[in-house]
Design a protein around this ligand. Sequence first.
Ligand code: GLU
Length: 291
Amino acid sequence: MLREMTITTRFAPSPTGYLHLGHAYAAHTAWAKARAAHGKFLLRLEDIDRTRCKPAFAAAILEDLRWLGLSWDGAVRVQSAHLADYSAALARLEAGGLLYPCFCTRSEIARAQTAPHDGEPVYPGTCRGLSIAERTRRIAHGQKYARRLDVTRAMRATGALRFFEEGSGWVDAQPAALGDVVLARNDIPTSYHLCVVHDDALQGVTHVTRGEDLFSATHIHVLLQSLLGLPMPVYTHHKLLTDETGKRLAKRDAAPRLRTMREAGATPDEVLAQLQNQPAASHSGVESGAA
Ligand code: GLU
C-alpha cells in the first residue's frame, strides 16, 4: 500500500530583533502549507551568533507567533544548544579534504573582491592556494582563521546537482556563484549554511519555504546535502514584502513590528489579512544573504 507523504515545513528566524510583517509572511507561508496538507510545521531558532541574537527576542518570537495563531508542532529547536552536532558535520567535510583555513580579515576580503554582489562579497579564494606548511605556520602563530568550503573541489566530488523549485521545476545548482563560503567562523564554530542543512535533514523538513533573498544560498545547501548524504527538500522561494517605496521590509529599520501593531489594537486576523495585500519585490533570481 502506498503511504501518503507527510509534509513538514519550518520557520527558522534568527532572534536578532522583533518580528515584522515580512517575518509574518514567511511564517504564515510555511504554516499554511503544512496545515493545508495536514502536515507538520516546525519552529527553529537560528541563534548561533550569540553577539547578535538575544534571549528576549527569542521569547518575543514565540509570543508573536502564538498571538498570530501560527502554532508549531513539537519542541522548538534552538541551534545554539546543538553546536556539537554541527562540529561533527564540519569534521566530516574536513576529513574529506573539502575545507581550508582562511586567514583573511573582512576588509582584506572586501579589497580582493572580484565581482560586485548584493550582500556578502564573493571571496576570491586568496587562502585556497596556501601551502600546508604556510597554513601550519600561521595556525601555530595563533593567527585566527575561518574554515571555507572549497566549492570547486566539492563539486568535483558530487558532480552536477539540481533542486526542485515548486512552481518552476528543476533548477541546475550553481554553488560557485557564492564562492568558497565560510562554514565555520573564527569566533563561531559553525555557520548558517551548515546548520540549516543539518537541521532541515535532522528535523525531517520536506518542504523549505523561505524568502527569495536566500535563493543563491540554496545552491550551496544542495551541495552540502550531497556531500553529507542528506535528503534534499523541495524548495519554494517566496516574494519579499516591501514598503510603499519598494524597499524591502527586512532592510528597512522601521518595518512594522507585529507587537507594535498588536499594541495599536490590530487583531491577528487583521494582520493576516494585511499579508494578502502587501506589495512585493519582484523575483531577483540570484542573490546572497543569510542570517
Ligand atoms: N535564519 C534565516 C533568517 O532568519 C532563515 C533561514 C532559512 O529559512 O533557511 O533569515
